[in-house]
Design a protein around this ligand. Structure first.
Ligand code: NAD
Length: 362
């Protein structure tokens, strides 16, 4: 390994531009050597904008020529497993966007490849790296909530379909609709705060009510009129957890509500917490009265408790550190999603085998 880690970006779309390229360009001990997109023009435009020398439209060629130490995979979901396996086999550590895979079977293959080639795989679960989330996780791990017996999670949008007729609305390329898209963030976050408990059963239902309109597209996302839309635009459900706790959830790309809301609410025996639209509040009691606590995390605008990119690179360089979003958690989530869609299809709860999902035991 050279002094600087060689980094390449695969998939030069919206999220790559918003997140990954900036995250890695900011690290002094990383050299951004290549950008690859199946659309060569997109790769070239991003490479020119950020002064990156290598431009590729074929990821296999990119691996063979550049031999990167680390890659981000920011492609449509159905390519995550295929490209991750190829990357690991060609000596790269992988920062893969959420969801890790579109099925638990694919997630298992990723874990097997990671272990076979001795590389690291981290999922781009950026919500786990928010200051509020880092602080709340510590607050919970320090015992301040006691036993979390109930939680609610959701992300409900009034007009937030990420473009009808794009890969997002094509089940074969996305793996599902809003459940796998926004659920991968906020259902994941609730379960993460709860310590990734084993799930006993999953009850889910899916809905599709906004297929015939382009008026409910997310701002800035163009749809293709008449384009394929064979996934759910709303997903609701309930998880019964092995430790007796419960978790209900509600996700929608589009719905007739007053305003958008993204949230995790946690109810514990000693205290509670809510993270609603980015605002963290803690609830408890002391001296016989109920108390609300508002952590002042934004008082120092430069405060960053954890940086997703630095964390991954440090873990690669120094080993030993426990990843905040390891591949195991992608398998855990994929098993829940598999059971969720199965439950929605049969119209009944799906009971998971004892010991499933395969939570990353910490
Ligand atoms: N963490 C987050 O907050 C967040 C936000 C948005 C998207 N995402 C995830 O990021 C991924 C990409 O989403 P997006 O919104 O950027 O989508 P996008 O459609 O804007 O970008 C995907 C890019 O991948 C390229 N691509 C397709 N096939 C390819 C291939 N074989 N090789 C190389 N490039 C290929 C496309 O041409 C496109 O430029 C998805 O998995 C999505 O779930 C995560």
């Amino acid at each position: 390994m050279t002094d600087k880690l060689k980094y390449a970006l695969i998939g030069a779309g919206g999220n790559a531009e918003k997140k990954h390229i900036h995250g890695y360009l900011a690290l002094e001990d990383v050299e951004v050597v290549a950008i690859c997109d199946i659309d060569a023009g997109k790769a070239a435009r991003m490479a020119e904008k950020y002064n990156v020398p290598g431009v590729y439209s074929d990821y296999k060629e990119m691996f063979l020529k550049e031999r990167p130490d680390i890659v981000s995979i920011v492609t449509p979901n159905f390519l995550h497993a295929e490209i991750t396996e190829f990357a690991l086999a060609h000596g790269a550590h992988v920062h893969c966007e959420k969801p890790l895979s579109i099925s638990s079977e694919e997630a298992r293959r990723i874990l097997a490849a990671r272990d076979r080639y001795g590389k690291q795989v981290m999922i781009g679960l950026n919500n786990r790296f928010l200051n509020e989330a880092v602080f709340l996780k510590k607050w919970i791990d320090d015992g301040n909530l006691g036993n979390i017996y109930n939680a609610k999670a959701g992300w409900i949008r009034r007009s937030g379909i990420p473009g009808r007729g794009t890969w997002f609305t094509d089940k074969d390329r996305s793996g599902g609709g809003v459940m796998i898209d926004l659920g991968a963030h906020y259902l994941d976050l609730a379960l993460y705060f709860m310590g990734l408990p084993k799930v006993s059963y999953v009850a889910g239902s899916i809905h599709q009510n906004f297929v015939h309109t382009t008026a409910r597209n997310r701002n800035g996302y163009k749809g293709i009129e008449g384009g394929l839309f064979n996934v759910e635009d709303a997903a609701t459900g309930y998880l019964g957890l092995d430790n007796g706790a419960s978790l209900s959830f509600d996700f929608s790309w589009a719905s007739n509500i007053e305003e958008d809301r993204f949230y995790v609410e946690l109810m514990g025996s000693k205290g509670g917490a809510s993270l609603v639209n980015g605002q963290l509040k803690l609830f408890g009691e002391s001296s016989d009265i109920c108390l609300d606590i508002t952590p002042k995390l934004k008082l120092n605008p430069t405060l960053q408790l954890k940086n997703e990119f630095r964390h991954f690179v440090d873990s690669i360089r120094h080993g030993g550190s426990t990843l905040i979003a390891p591949a195991e958690d992608g398998l855990y989530f994929a098993e829940i999603v598999d059971a969720f869609y199965q439950s929605a299809a049969v119209g009944a709860p799906v009971v998971l085998k004892k010991g499933q999902p395969a939570a990353s035991v910490r």
